[in-house]
Design a binder for this molecule. Structure first.
Ligand code: HSE
Length: 311
């Protein structure tokens, strides 16, 4: 079954949680993401030959999100002894809150799948990619993996069975992301969270999540603005991110529909219903961190509707 193909895959960065859907909601970004190349190897099994720009990551396939997702898929196909070589291009730092480990996991599974002639659909590959991503924080949740694989905004109705729903993205919706250059590892950011939620918090957050999904179907931006408010997770994590409350205030005052922590942080995102507001927020956020002498990256993106692809 082996061949002499070289398969190259790109998987995009993503924003998880989206204020109202901790561990169950996420969307894919444009431009930023990781690449994985798969080709025939020289020895039995999967070898990670090179990780470009990811020096802190392990080349042991069983300790690497792309390696594990590829191996789980190979095991499922009965092909784990096939000689394969993997090359990973980490185009974003780890610990940014932009789904870096998930992007690698997605690219690993999609590349192996393409190498063997696409036996599985993208939806079926979610299982292997999510098992790969689990290496990063020990938890099994697909709120970064699913949007990176499938594109668009994804609601994960059930993380166990990976029952994922692709939601519509209204035209004109734009995202601004700022990444202050500090590293927060997901496992550390999960550790600060209380395991308990009050009934009152649950009621309001459920209403906000339901209304957010409705706002996507209705292209109802005023409704989106009313419900993009995280009452549970953001208050517990905000203190981990320098300037978070100032950045959020600047975004909301400038007309953002909502602003919150991207995934486990430290990146912060806001959604806007037009480019003019997005550009203004981009400038305000950039000036803020420049004044504070905090290194950062800031960019504007559309929501990526395609997800990972072979090129
Ligand atoms: N939902 C996850 C979290 C995203 O907030 O911890 C990061 O993996």
């Amino acid at each position: 079954m082996s061949n002499n193909l070289t398969v190259k895959v790109f998987a995009p960065a993503s924003v998880a949680n989206v204020a109202v859907g901790y561990d169950i909601l996420g969307f894919a970004l444009m431009g930023l993401g990781d690449d994985v190349i798969i080709r025939k190897g020289k020895v039995e099994g999967l070898t990670i030959k090179t990780i470009h720009k990811g020096r802190s990551l392990s080349k042991d396939p069983l300790k690497n999100t792309a390696g594990v997702s590829a191996i789980r898929l190979l095991q499922s196909l009965g092909l784990e002894r096939e000689p394969l070589e993997m090359e990973i291009y980490k185009n974003m730092s780890i610990g940014t809150g932009l789904g870096s480990s998930a992007a690698s996991a997605v690219a690993g599974a999609l590349a192996v799948n393409a190498y063997f002639g696409n036996p599985y659909s993208k939806m079926q590959l979610l299982q292997y990619a999510t098992e790969g991503e689990q290496v990063a924080d020990g938890a099994f949740h697909a709120d970064n993996v699913a949007p990176s694989m499938l594109g668009s905004m994804i609601l994960v109705r059930d993380n166990k069975t990976l029952d994922c729903i692709k939601l519509p993205v209204p035209n004109g919706l734009r995202v601004v992301v700022v990444y202050p250059h500090i590293q927060i590892l997901t496992k550390d950011s999960r550790r600060v969270l209380s395991p308990n939620v009050s009934l009152k918090q649950h009621t309001q957050q459920s209403a906000n999540l339901g209304a957010f999904v409705a706002s996507l179907y209705k292209t109802d931006f005023p409704l989106m603005q009313r419900c993009l408010n995280d009452l549970i997770i953001e208050p517990q994590r905000a203190k981990l991110i320098p300037g978070f409350m100032d950045i959020k205030r600047l975004g909301l005052d400038a007309g953002a529909l909502g602003c919150s922590i991207s995934g486990a942080g430290p990146s912060i995102f806001c959604l806007c219903n037009n480019s003019h507001i997005a550009e203004n927020i981009h400038e305000l956020w950039s000036n803020y961190y420049t004044d504070k002498k905090q290194l950062f990256d800031c960019f504007i993106s559309d929501i990526n509707k395609e997800g990972a692809y072979v090129y």
